[in-house]
Design a protein around this ligand. Sequence first.
Ligand SMILES: O=C(CO)[C@@H](O)[C@H](O)COP(=O)(O)O
Length: 223
Amino acid sequence: MSICLSPSMLSIDFTKAGEQLAIVEGAGVPYLHLDVMDGVFVPNISFGIPVIQGIRKASHMVFDTHLMIVEPERYVEQFRKAGADIINFHVEATKDPAGCIAKIKATGAKAAITIKPKTPVEEIKPYLADVDMVLVMTVEPGFGGQKFMADQVPKIAQLAAWKKELGLSYDIEVDGGITLDNVRQVLDAGANVIVAGSAVFGKEDIAAAAKGFLDIFQEYEAR
Ligand SMILES: O=C(CO)[C@@H](O)[C@H](O)COP(=O)(O)O
């Protein structure tokens, strides 16, 4: 399974967004992680549908849209129309995760389900056969630049074990505090989609930061 980098837009310099998106795309980064926050599900507000629609025109990357909003099913069609390729919602944010997955898939987008650090990984087990990706948060959602929670790594390993045991093929994404120093920990546990905000867009040399991750991925893929 290939390993992908998904840099988080939350850490982009919005005054230079077009330029910085072109840098990561030019470096061969396949995904762009879009953190949508509503100020209710998480204590922060970021950006939403019009911004995604705007940057869609400037990028061919896979838009990996992480909805940190309550009742995400209300907005699935609009995010898809704006350009989302993957629609990622929190199991804690909806009363009907199965319905939300079905709604996402009906739009033609890939469906992904996410858990916060305090949520047991067992809560998403019933949905594993129906999703394209699972996302393990390694920080409390809401802000970039937080410290990686290493105690979440066993969840990644559990999801990798279930994937094998159940004969499934979902991607395992990890998000929060990932750096060049700790990325091997999550790759070793079985993650294959890596979100990094401050460790990519927060760096002076964005292309070199992205390359640092891509080189490690290449090393793992060659094993
Ligand atoms: O979803 C979130 C925060 O809620 C993340 O996507 C962060 O934005 C990642 O940023 P870093 O922790 O890598 O700086």
